[in-house]
Design a protein around this ligand. Structure first.
Ligand SMILES: Cc1cc2nc3c(=O)[nH]c(=O)nc-3n(C[C@H](O)[C@H](O)[C@H](O)COP(=O)(O)O)c2cc1C
Length: 339
């Protein structure tokens, strides 16, 4: 029986415990999408706080795929070196670092025209996107491929493909936003086709050197959306396409807030865990250490992903270790605080 502070191997990635910092947009980059002092301190302090893995915020693979003009980007060679420094600092202090590669699709608020599977705005507060042509699709696939190569050059230990929260790849998966009547729509095999193509591009770019994971929205909170059965089907296809772990979130493709209570997304993770044989990452108000430990010990999920809990307490993993009666693995200069 594994616990929160036991190691985990995901393909060739060694995690010292089961704690990951969730991707969290900061909107603190300049319009060049380059990481700056904010990101140095923000990500650096997570690395000192004991998680095995720190995931970057949604990092855009192309400029028109930014959620806002203040997003981090990985679409320009100039963005690589500052990211490499973040990774290097994390590694020096015992944390692995992943990059969440994202394309905001119709939820981008940027000067460029936005893209989506179909020309349907997210809400009346968003512009109507262009329905993607095959040429657009090729451009986005190329963007993912180049971004993955840059992620390798920056030294990231894992790539998480963002296919959740109503952004471009989720938009393809969902019948709410994908009304295409070509081979990229109509059926669930059609709706997942573009996502599988993205996975293939990323896999070819990284050549098995680092694991590639996916974040999905396992529930849409809309009766016309996809079902949990569809999600399991999608996950199976993604794993067959080479995905190494699945990060199970929910919502974001309709302007409805998901529920909000401890473990609110766990039932999705549990169902997927039963059906899929790669590590499952669970997220959503899991910061009570006893709940986190229980989720791992009972085999409901393999990794605990903490977002807001880490914003409130940058040393959440050390605090959780103390609460569970374990010895926190703190940086040497901080040890006197734990004697
Ligand atoms: C400030 C903030 C920014 C977020 N940005 C992202 C993001 O960039 N990518 C993503 O997949 N989820 C994002 N999320 C969702 C979180 O990663 C996480 O899934 C959610 O907050 C639930 O986990 P929690 O209860 O531990 O915070 C964000 C959440 C917050 C609070």
């Amino acid at each position: 029986m594994s616990g929160l502070f036991d190691v985990l191997e995901i393909n060739n990635l060694h995690l010292k415990n089961r704690v990951m910092v969730s991707p969290m947009c900061q909107y603190m980059a300049g319009e060049d999408g380059i990481a700056n002092e904010w990101h140095t301190v923000h990500y650096g302090s997570f690395a000192l706080g004991g998680p095995a893995l720190v995931m970057t915020e949604a990092t855009a693979v192309e400029a028109r795929g930014r959620i806002t003009v203040r997003d981090l980007g990985i679409y320009d060679d100039r963005q690589v070196e500052p990211l490499r420094k973040l990774v290097e600092f994390s590694h020096a202090h015992g944390a692995k670092m992943g990059i969440q590669m994202a394309h905001a699709g119709r939820k981008a608020i940027v000067p460029e025209a936005t893209l989506a599977p179909s020309a349907i705005a997210f809400s009346d507060k968003y512009p109507e996107p262009l329905a993607m042509t095959k040429e657009h699709m090729q451009e986005v696939l190329d963007a993912y491929r180049t971004a993955a190569k840059r992620a390798l050059a920056a030294g990231f230990d894992v790539i998480e493909i963002h296919a959740a929260h109503g952004y471009l790849l989720h938009e393809f998966l969902s019948p709410l936003s994908n009304k295409r009547n070509d081979e990229y729509g109509l059926t669930r095999d059609g709706r997942i086709r573009f996502v599988l193509e993205v996975i293939q591009e990323v896999n070819e770019a990284v050549e098995g050197k680092i694991p590639v994971t996916v974040r999905i929205s396992a529930g849409e909170y809309d009766e016309q959306g996809y079902s949990l059965d569809d999600v399991v089907y999608y996950c199976k296809q993604m794993v067959e396409a080479g995905i190494d772990a699945i990060d199970v979130s929910s919502g974001g493709n309709v302007p409805v807030a998901p529920p909000s209570y401890p473990g609110y997304q766990l039932p999705f993770a549990e169902v997927i865990k039963q059906a899929i044989h790669v590590p499952i990452m669970a997220v959503g108000i899991l910061e009570d250490p006893k709940l986190a430990e229980h989720v791992i010990q009972s085999g409901k999920a393999d990794v605990i992903v903490i977002g807001r809990g880490f914003l409130r307490d940058k040393h959440w993993a050390h605090s959780a270790a103390l609460a569970l009666g374990k010895e926190p693995q703190v940086p040497e200069p901080y040890r006197r605080a734990y004697l």
